[in-house]
Write a protein that binds this ligand. Structure first.
Ligand SMILES: [Zn+2]
Ligand SMILES: [Zn+2]
Length: 93
């Protein structure tokens, strides 16, 4: 996979997010309130961008591959039968 395709994937994600914001006007207000979600890795409130996967919320830097421990923010990933997160490369090893 090239760096170019990663960037494209990130742009698609942002496009989807901005479309969601338009669809759900209350969305932004929800996060501006006191109901900050907690990261399911470090249990601290998520103040900025929330990364959602497998029905949980994460800080972008807390959402990491169990094998190589790199952040999977903007990187395709997969979840195995045990609910562990892998980058695509490690999953196919
Ligand atoms: Zn965290
Ligand atoms: Zn990995």
């Amino acid at each position: 996979m090239t760096a170019g395709s990663w960037r494209l994937w990130g742009e698609q994600q942002r496009l989807i997010q901005s479309q969601l914001m338009k669809l759900i006007p209350a969305f932004e207000g929800y996060y501006a309130g006191n109901t900050l979600e907690q990261c399911s890795v470090c249990s601290k409130p998520i103040m900025e961008r929330i990364l959602r996967a497998t029905g949980k919320a994460y800080h972008p830097h807390c959402f990491t591959c169990v094998m190589c421990h790199r952040s999977l923010d903007g990187i395709p990933f997969t979840v195995d039968a045990g609910g562990l997160i892998h980058c695509i490369e490690d999953f196919h090893k």
